[in-house]
Design a protein. Structure first.
Length: 259
């Protein structure tokens, strides 16, 4: 029964209509909080593990869509610093899924010009997973079609603390003065230092919060929420989110036509 549920859910229609999008107003950086794997499984009477596996399939399809419609950076929230509190068996499965994803997808991602990156406390992961991450990032480092930025063992507050510690050490070493600490100098010490800030942050599964995701970088991002659980998030949802983004008036705290 479980196999039937999983298989039927993942027979996805890969055709989508992006004609409603304006190529000149595409968000350069889209970030996604991939939430609702467990709820997707529970609604079907399945173990949470099936939801996580279905979530991997959803990610595969969204990465394909992103490369097709011209998004340059896609950051996905895969595992937070708080997720270690989950049952050990679930954490172990998630780590195994990261490893399996790299094994199964690296050839296609590389051939499609996708550059794979990871942000977060990668040094706290298993040595075997760290080795696969290094291999994947090194192999795809020169690709420029899409940057796929995977946040693993990531927390926005932890990222800011890490940046503050690095800046503090520079001050101690007299390489930087307190007066020279600016927004730019902080941004330079974040994981995303060489990437543009996200234009659009998407969250699935109905919750209306950032949950410690890209807190500094999302200061002026447009937010878009959907009740759909992540395994049900398809190309059409991404197109809808971007179409809505393109209708918004982004002023970044200012006025377009001040009088």
């Amino acid at each position: 029964m479980w196999g039937k549920w999983f298989t039927s859910n993942n027979k996805r229609n890969t055709n989508f209509n992006d004609s409603q999008l304006e190529s000149s107003r595409m968000p350069g950086h889209v970030a996604i909080i991939m939430d609702g794997n467990g709820r997707w499984a529970q609604k079907r009477g399945l173990p949470r593990t099936f939801g996580h596996r279905a979530g991997v399939e959803a990610l595969r399809n969204i990465v394909k869509t992103a490369t097709t419609i011209g998004i340059k950076v896609l950051t996905v929230y895969a595992f937070s610093t708080e997720n270690w509190k989950r049952p050990a068996a679930e954490v172990e499965l998630l780590m195994r899924l990261f490893s399996e994803y790299l094994d199964s997808e690296i050839d296609e991602l590389d051939s499609k010009g996708v550059q794979i990156r990871f942000i977060g406390g990668i040094d706290e992961l298993s040595e075997s997973l760290q080795a696969k991450i290094v291999l994947a990032t090194d192999r795809t480092a020169n690709n420029n079609k899409l940057v796929l930025n995977i946040a693993v063992n990531y927390g926005g507050r932890a990222e800011v603390i890490r940046a503050v510690r690095k800046i503090t050490q520079q001050v101690i070493d007299e390489k930087l003065t307190i007066a020279e600490i600016t927004e730019s100098s902080i941004s330079e010490h974040l994981y995303t230092n060489d990437l543009p800030d996200p234009d659009l942050v998407i969250r699935t599964s109905g919750d209306l919060r950032l949950s410690n995701f890209l807190l500094w970088q999302s200061a002026y991002a447009e937010l878009w929420f959907t009740d759909s659980n992540w395994p049900d998030f398809k190309a059409e949802h991404l197109i809808k989110a971007i179409a809505d983004f393109q209708k918004r008036d982004r002023r970044f705290g200012g006025l377009k036509n001040p009088k």
